[in-house]
Design a protein around this ligand. Structure first.
Ligand SMILES: Cc1ncc(COP(=O)(O)O)c(C=O)c1O
Length: 463
């Protein structure tokens, strides 16, 4: 075993470069007797042969258990403090008709942030009353459709939207339930959170303007005010940022109670997951217990009832469930001046199926999927096939040094914001999503063909 001087400080040299740490891989991923990775009883080789690569493989039992687990934890913990919780699956993380149907069947609501996402949730047969819509610039058409179908909640994000939603509701002779998104000044990312008077970002309205905005909402007979909404960031591993946001919102929430009901408080999503062996996610039941204690303590301090808490997790439900399988095409040992050799392993996908490493410098991990190997491990960089030097899938991990063209590799924890942010850059077709369960597989979103890629091009001018 050799530790490369090029390895980032967070990357530990694995005792076994074939191991699949359970913190990162989906529950039903394991190595079979032959050494290949199996997901829910289906071997990587068979999956690749049937569906090609790249392919997103979603472990159905895993994602559904996480959905039910989050719901159960929040139900239990907020029940313990005399209230209840509403869990909205944040569809932006990954929405397909099948996934939406699983979430609904498993007792979650769904948060959508565009007319397109709303269409998917409706196509899944979701009761509109269990859907929420948010977004900082909803079109009039999106607002109108949401009101017309009877959406459970619309998150108002700016003052101008109050009248837009009120008018749409009046036109459809409905009373529309709304939340108000607040810019709490709390921003959290991984282990750090920043609390300022006001955060420099596009979402929500400042806390200082909330009282007037809610008075305006309450002045419309076509609107019903549900409560405040905040979302403080993503990949959050501690409760502190949520607790601080709750504290800031609560002070205003209590003032609003003086003039009418405020039944709910929405604390958004952003719960962190492990993408690599260095990440340690906060267990959901611990997070739920901490949040319930914080909110109950605030309610006691202010002498008001504990509100119904709404949360909107996306990544923590769908992220860990999915593995992307790629085929290795080329390998280059690149001598890095004064350091060591970095092995560039290039695969048949890249930033078009997972933009997060390029967009957020996200660090994923990788394993050879078609076989196990006891070769000495080598530091690798998993690169995509796009014409961009920043097209990296995994910046750094150790793989058995005999990794070779034709091997399959698996990158775990790609379920959130992978397919959802996929593009056709360089005219690569978007990869299929295959659900696996108990040894059976089903394509839940088919991959794009060359015909799909050409189908929207108007072609040559006809004379
Ligand atoms: C308003 C809102 N709710 C929920 C989420 C889901 O966040 P996550 O997938 O990190 O849980 C987001 C993501 O950015 C969001 O903007």
């Amino acid at each position: 075993m050799s530790v490369s001087p090029l390895a980032p400080s967070w990357l530990q040299h694995p005792a076994d470069a074939n191991a699949l740490p359970s913190s990162v891989w989906s529950q039903n991923a394991e190595r079979s007797a032959s050494g290949e990775i199996e997901i829910a009883g289906l071997g990587a080789t068979e999956i690749a042969a049937r569906f090609g690569t790249p392919v997103y493989v979603i472990d159905e039992a895993d994602v559904r258990e996480r959905a039910r687990g989050i719901r159960a934890s929040f139900d239990r913990e907020f029940g313990r403090v005399g209230s209840s919780a509403k869990v909205y699956y944040a569809g932006k993380a990954f929405l397909s008709i099948q996934v939406a149907a699983w979430m609904i069947a498993d007792g979650l609501n769904i948060d959508v942030c565009s007319g397109g996402e709303l269409a998917v949730a409706l196509a899944a047969g979701a009761d509109p009353a269990r859907l929420g819509l948010h977004g900082n610039n909803k079109s009039l058409a999106e607002i109108d459709r949401a009101v017309e179908v009877g959406l459970g909640a619309i998150v108002i994000d700016s003052l101008v939207e109050i009248e837009r939603v009120a008018d749409a509701a009046a036109r459809h002779t409905r009373v529309q339930s709304v939340r108000l998104r607040v810019n709490s000044g709390v921003h959290a990312h991984t282990h750090e959170y920043l609390a300022t008077a006001r955060e420099d970002q596009k979402f929500g309205i400042p806390l200082a303007d909330v009282a007037d905005a809610v008075a305006r909402i309450r002045s419309h007979a076509s609107l019903e005010f549900l409560g405040l909404h905040s979302h403080i960031g993503s990949q959050i591993f501690e409760t502190d940022g949520f607790a601080e946001a709750a504290r800031r919102l609560f002070a205003v929430h209590v003032e609003l109670l003086a003039d009418g009901p405020v039944p709910e408080l929405n604390l958004g999503g952003g719960f962190g997951i492990a993408y690599n062996s260095a990440d340690v996610a906060l267990p959901i039941d611990v997070l739920a217990a901490n949040l319930a204690d914080s909110v109950a303590q605030l309610a006691a301090e202010f002498g008001v009832p504990v509100p119904v808490i709404a949360i909107e997790p996306g990544r923590s439900i769908v992220g860990p469930s999915t593995t992307t399988l790629y085929t290795v095409g080329t390998i280059k040992d690149v001598l890095v001046e004064g350091a060591d050799v970095r092995k560039y392993v290039s695969v048949d996908g890249g930033m078009s199926d997972n933009i997060r490493p390029a967009l957020y410098a996200a660090d994923y991990s990788v394993r050879i999927a078609n076989r196990a190997s006891d070769a000495d491990s080598a530091l690798v960089r998993l690169a995509g096939k796009h014409c961009e030097s920043g097209d990296i899938v995994v910046h750094a991990d150790y793989l058995p040094g005999d990794v070779q063209p034709g091997d399959l590799v698996g990158v775990p924890a790609t379920g959130a914001y992978g397919w959802a942010m996929a593009s056709n850059y360089n005219y690569l077709g978007r990869a299929p999503v295959v659900a696996v369960r108990d040894g059976a597989s089903r394509v839940i979103v088919r991959g794009e063909t060359e015909e799909d890629l050409l189908s929207r091009d108007a072609g040559l001018e006809q004379n």
